[in-house]
Structures are given as C-alpha cells and as structure tokens.
Write a protein that binds this ligand. Structure first.
Ligand code: ZN
Length: 173
C-alpha cells in the first residue's frame, strides 16, 4: 500500500475516539498518535535503505511482524486495567491499533508474514502482476489502488465534515 495508510489511520482514529468524551486538544493528540501508528511499521524503510541497502524486503523486519504489534496491544490493555489515568494508554492503544491495521492493509498485495518469526511464509490477498515499467506503474494500475483512492476520498470527506462541525461549534467573536 502506497498512499492508503494515512487516510485509513485518520478514518480509524476518528471512529475510535468518537464515542469518547475527549476535549478538543486530546482529540488532536489522538489523531496524531493514530496517524503516526498508521505509518510506523514503514519506518523500517530507513533501516532497509540506509543500513541494509535494500537486501531484504522490509516486510520481513520485526516492525512488520503481527506478533510484535498484537503483543504490544495486549500489554497496553493490561496497563489500561491497572492505571487510573487512561489517557496516555489510550494514545498508545490508538497508535498500536493503527499499526495493526497497517499490517492488514499491507496484506492486500504486500506480503506480510503473519506467523513470523515461527514461519516465514508471506501472505497476500492478491498479487500484482509485473506487466509495466517502471515497477510502481503495476501498483497504480492494479484494483488495490482504487481502494487506496477510496480511503483518500473518504478521509478528505470526513476531515471536511469535522472541520465544518468545529467551525459551527467555535464561539463567534
Ligand atoms: Zn508497511
């Protein structure tokens, strides 16, 4: 997935905190945590290109292992049960849920090792045939890119709707 992670993160984060009675600043921090989580697994690209010199597919790194993200989420939920102030945990949960959604979206056409590190088999819902040059054209002309565009459109629509609502709520001076 190329451009769908951030809009998906925005949609999911807004959906996650919508039922919660959060003040405006807290909602903003939630969105920031969500958007960061939505792209966090791909921070490994820095390692991939600067250190590993592209020798391995970055989806093989622990940053793309579901076990890591689900373990972190389990620990966070345990932490949530133990502390009084749930807000910091909420931010971390939002970050983590978006990291997991990133892996789900990557699984559409991007090969994710759902059983890593116990089994190195990579799973993808569909494969993008190599028909065009340059390589990225194959992804842009694949049906999965329509889904990415749909996520972008939906996120812009929601952002505009929220913005309009906040302008109406803002006190008139
Ligand atoms: Zn990724």
């Amino acid at each position: 997935m190329f451009i769908g992670h951030l809009p998906a993160g925005y949609l999911i984060t807004c959906g996650l905190f919508k039922p919660l009675p959060l003040p405006k600043n807290a909602a903003r921090r939630c969105i920031l945590a969500g958007l960061t989580g939505a792209i966090a697994p791909d921070f490994d690209l820095i390692w991939c290109y600067l250190v590993d010199h592209g020798q391995h597919h970055h989806h093989l790194y622990p940053t793309h292992w579901p076990l890591i993200w689900f373990s972190a989420l389990s620990l966070l939920l345990l932490w949530a049960g133990l502390v009084k102030n749930k807000y910091p945990v909420l931010l971390c949960v939002v970050f983590c849920v978006n990291g997991i959604v990133h892996l789900l979206l990557d699984s559409l056409v991007g090969d994710i090792g759902w059983l890593m590190p116990f089994d190195n088999t990579l799973f993808a819902l569909a494969h993008v045939p190599a028909q065009y040059h340059p390589w990225w054209l194959n992804f842009f002309l694949h049906w999965s890119f329509m889904l990415e565009m749909a996520l972008v459109v939906a996120a812009i629509w929601l952002w505009r709707r929220r913005r309009k609502a906040s302008l109406i709520e803002a006190p008139v001076e």
